[in-house]
Design a protein around this ligand. Structure first.
Ligand SMILES: *Cc1c(COP(=O)(O)O)cnc(C)c1O
Length: 345
């Protein structure tokens, strides 16, 4: 079989949730948007539910509906994008809680689903989603009369603990919500690591659950192993791959791997990236193609049947660095073609 394998370690996922949960005394939810950061929202959410998670966040109502079908009636499912035109039926039928982002959304919600649960997302400086302080001032009393389940905001720079934006957003969030008798949430993974002041009543980790920075202590959740299709000997001066971007400086042994950018192995990472043949680190040489990658295995002690791209030797963040991106993008780019295996005790 030439198909590359994506192994998803659900025990490591659960361990990461427990580890993040133990860093705060409040409730810990889980963010499973974008198909559980590319790893499969159904299986990820069911494993987290078994580990004790009772609140989930998704980006879209449609993601929430699929999650409700997978998890049954008990857990609370919150939708970051709020109540969009046409969402009333799916929100009501699937018992989803929208995080209302604007006066428009609030009026829509109260008109179409009076009495249905909702939270409010506040903008404390990121300028992405949520009501700004002046808007919130104007509608706060009306919103509070309808008993919101949560007041939340999101930090723009929480991956950098020294960033002045963190205390600035914290102060804005406090100014907008202090003294109101509604549960509050400000922290995602990065915010959990900033300490107690940022935790409030509920944290909302995503990337840390899946093994990514800024949660340095995360256990790896995703592993990728790629079969070798062919081995060839290349003489000095010969080239490998499209565009002749790599020329052999010495007699070289090249392995051709059965995966490529169609699998989310970003073409941009090529010149900086490595794979592992057993314990041996091997450089990717030449351009990454759609379905194939060349690797220099000249110095490997054995000829491998498969190599490791992600796993024990290499994290999503190492790969991300090679492509000039972040672990989040590596995970959510993984293609549909992998043979997906699940590890669970
Ligand atoms: C994606 C997201 C999260 C989770 O963030 P991580 O950095 O992955 O922990 C939490 N809150 C909001 C609003 C988000 O968009």
């Amino acid at each position: 079989m030439a198909t590359a394998t994506l192994t998803i370690d659900l025990d490591a996922l659960a361990a990461n949730w427990h580890a993040l949960d133990s860093l705060a005394t409040c409730e810990t939810a889980a963010v499973v948007k974008a198909d559980g950061y590319g790893l499969g929202a159904d299986r990820v959410a069911r494993a987290l539910y078994a580990a004790g998670t009772r609140r989930f966040f998704v980006a879209l109502a449609e993601e929430g509906a699929a999650l409700r079908a997978a998890l049954g009636p008990e857990p609370e499912i919150n939708v970051f994008s709020g109540h969009m035109p046409g969402d009333a039926e799916i929100l009501a039928e699937m018992a989803l809680t929208p995080m209302l982002n604007s006066l428009d959304q609030m009026l829509r919600h109260f008109e179409h689903l009076p009495g249905a649960p909702f939270g409010v997302q506040l903008d404390t400086g990121m300028n992405r989603l949520g009501m700004e302080p002046a808007e919130w001032d104007a509608v706060r009393d009306i919103a509070l009369e309808q008993n919101p389940t949560l007041l939340m905001s999101h930090l723009a720079c929480a991956d950098d603990p020294e960033h002045p934006m963190n205390p600035q957003q914290l102060a804005t969030f406090r100014a907008m919500t202090d003294g109101l008798d509604v549960p509050r949430s400000l922290a995602a993974t990065g915010g959990i690591l900033l300490g107690d002041d940022y935790h409030f009543d509920l944290t909302r980790p995503g990337i840390g659950l899946y093994g990514g920075l800024p949660f340095i202590d995360a256990a790896p959740v995703a592993a990728i192993d790629i079969p070798v299709i062919q081995i060839r000997e290349v003489a000095p001066g010969e080239t490998v791959g499209y565009g002749n971007t790599w020329t052999a400086p010495r007699p070289s042994r090249i392995a051709t791997l059965s995966a490529g950018y169609a699998d989310g192995i970003l073409r941009a990472m090529g010149p900086q990236a490595y794979v592992y043949a057993g314990e041996h680190r091997c450089k990717i040489v030449g351009r990454i193609s759609m379905d194939l990658i060349g690797v220099d295995i000249t110095d490997a002690p054995d000829i491998p049947d498969t190599v490791e791209l992600l796993g024990r030797h290499q994290s999503v963040d190492t790969l991300a660095d090679a492509a000039g991106t972040i672990g989040y993008e590596i995970l959510t780019s993984l293609g549909a073609r992998y043979a997906r295996h699940v590890l669970a005790s």
